[in-house]
Design a protein around this ligand. Structure first.
Ligand code: 5AD
Ligand code: SF4
Length: 488
């Protein structure tokens, strides 16, 4: 995308423009001058390693960050023993933080022992927490640059500042001043892409830190989203994933409010797009209209990730989720009635404060009744500043772990049952990976994966496979000629 603006034509003798994104292109051009100097001195381009922790939102942000680095002139590398390392962090659970601290320590040793000029950059959700920034200032003073979730678009400007400073630069803001979209992006795949439709979350589930670190809900205008999808389609992308923390409340804050179902209708019109996915709807406000649009659509994949969190109505209230066990089961049934072959996946937390054995059994009951095709299971992790962290009756770790193991076993059982139903069918997959052992990995519309020996298929193409054998949460299959295709 950055090719649209020729960085070399930007006059760096002028003052930086105040408006975005022109300002960032100006700083990209400035950083590019620095890169040229580096090249002359070292006989090579500088290398950058971007590491992403956490969710799809972070993965999408990292594509933008990598795009800026590439526009500046950095080449990508997998190795952290390099010129620039950027960690895009997650703080949704404590173990994510622990991992990041461990890795920053390792970068410090590399910087001390091997490469004193290495740039260490930290950004993302963890950096929105004041106590984290304090800890880094105190314990990891070699870090060069810290910014948060609201200003990732400023990477070039901050990096340019850091090139001429020995001090740690910290730029964390509490609120997004603006949404800056028209910047470079280095996409991980050339056949599928994520599209942000909204940022932030207003739900304040009592265990969750996301609303504190990603701010209030803001939706992008449907015309901007559709324009981006058209551009992606023109560049060869055939599958898009619409991204938001709670896509059901998409469009509420717009001047001319638009429902998510309507946005899907518009996205569906874009020629060249063959598959549409979205993440994540909230069970409390998933509309009948959305189910109808999905059921009628040939492009919207019949897979819904519908976070349950708990099957106990009492705990759901404590979690501030605004639905009951019965509401959730009724919703799942409604979805299955409209789309019998639909796959439902979910997130479940075990060990929320006050969770009793009875509460946990309610969760197991929902797992068995809803027949999820898979579930992400998490041990509750107290996040400071959230209401749940201050609740009494925190569940002892050994009890939570024992429940966790039982939950995982139940999930494996129901997901294997789900997968078994489709054995023998012939389905279309999007080929997403080519393995060195001659196998390809394709994704079904319902999000399950199939591994099959390569015959003719190529990466990013659609091909037809027979689902020969279920391996629990994936299939072994074989490529077949495009006949008698079912349509999962
Ligand atoms: N502890 C454990 N899991 C959590 N999640 C969010 N916050 C926490 C927490 N404090 C889980 C939820 C959410 C998923 C993205 O992460 O299940 O849906
Ligand atoms: Fe967190 Fe709840 Fe918002 Fe999801 S909906 S990001 S769990 S507060």
């Amino acid at each position: 995308m950055y090719n649209e603006i020729d960085l070399d034509k930007i006059d760096l003798n002028l003052e930086p423009p105040m408006e975005e994104p022109a300002r960032q292109y100006y700083f990209m051009a400035k950083c590019r001058e620095w890169v040229r100097g580096f090249e002359q001195k070292n006989g090579r381009r500088p290398l950058a390693c971007t590491q992403t922790f956490g969710c799809q939102m972070n993965a999408k942000d990292s594509e933008k960050l990598a795009g800026i680095l590439q526009a500046i002139g950095y080449c990508e590398t997998e190795s952290e023993d390099t010129d620039l390392v950027l960690y895009n962090t997650c703080t949704v659970r404590e173990n994510a933080n622990t991992r990041v601290y461990g890795r920053i320590g390792y970068l410090g040793r590399l910087k001390r022992q091997k490469n004193g000029n290495m740039k260490v950059i930290l950004c993302g959700c963890m950096m929105q927490e004041a106590h984290v920034v304090e800890k880094i200032k105190k314990s990891y003073p070699f870090v060069d640059l810290i910014f948060g979730t609201h200003n990732i678009y400023k990477l070039a400007e901050l990096l340019e500042k850091s090139f001429s400073s020995k001090k740690m630069i910290v730029d964390v803001v509490d609120k997004a001043e603006t949404i800056v979209e028209e910047l470079p992006s280095e996409r991980k795949y050339n056949f599928k892409a994520g599209v942000n439709i909204m940022y932030g979350c207003n739900n304040f589930c009592s265990y969750c830190i996301v609303p504190y670190v990603r701010g209030r809900e803001r939706s992008r205008k449907p015309e901007d989203i559709v324009a981006e999808i058209k551009k992606l389609a023109a560049s060869g992308i055939t599958e898009i994933m619409l991204l938001g923390q709670n896509v059901n409340s998409y469009g509420k804050t717009l001047e001319n409010p638009v429902h998510f179902a309507e946005l899907l209708r518009q996205a569906e019109q874009v020629e060249g797009i063959q598959r549409i996915r979205f993440m994540t709807p909230h069970p409390k406000d998933l509309s009948d209209e959305l189910i109808q649009v999905m059921a009628e659509s040939k492009k919207i994949c019949h897979h819904i990730h519908l976070p349950l969190q708990s099957g106990s109505s009492r705990l759901l209230k404590e979690m501030n989720r605004h639905y009951t066990k019965e509401n959730y089961i009724a919703l799942a049934e409604k979805i299955k009635k409209a789309m019998p072959e639909a796959a439902l996946t979910t997130d479940i937390i075990v060990g929320f404060p006050g969770e009793t054995e009875e509460d946990f059994l309610e969760t197991l009951d929902v797992v068995r009744r809803v027949h999820f095709s898979s579930a992400y299971t998490f041990l509750y992790s107290p996040r400071s500043g959230t209401p749940a962290a201050a609740m009494p009756n925190q569940v002892p770790e050994d009890i939570a772990k024992e429940r966790f193991d039982r939950l995982v076993a139940a999930v494996q059982e129901v997901s294997a049952e789900f997968a078994k139903q489709a054995v023998g069918r012939i389905e279309e997959v999007l080929v997403e990976e080519e393995k060195s052992d001659g196998f390809m990995t394709g994704r079904l519309k319902n999000n399950l994966l199939v591994h099959f020996p390569k015959v003719k298929s190529t990466l990013g193409s659609y091909c037809t496979v027979k689902l020969s054998e279920s391996k629990g949460f994936y299939y072994l299959g074989e490529e077949v000629k495009d006949v008698n295709k079912n349509s999962v």
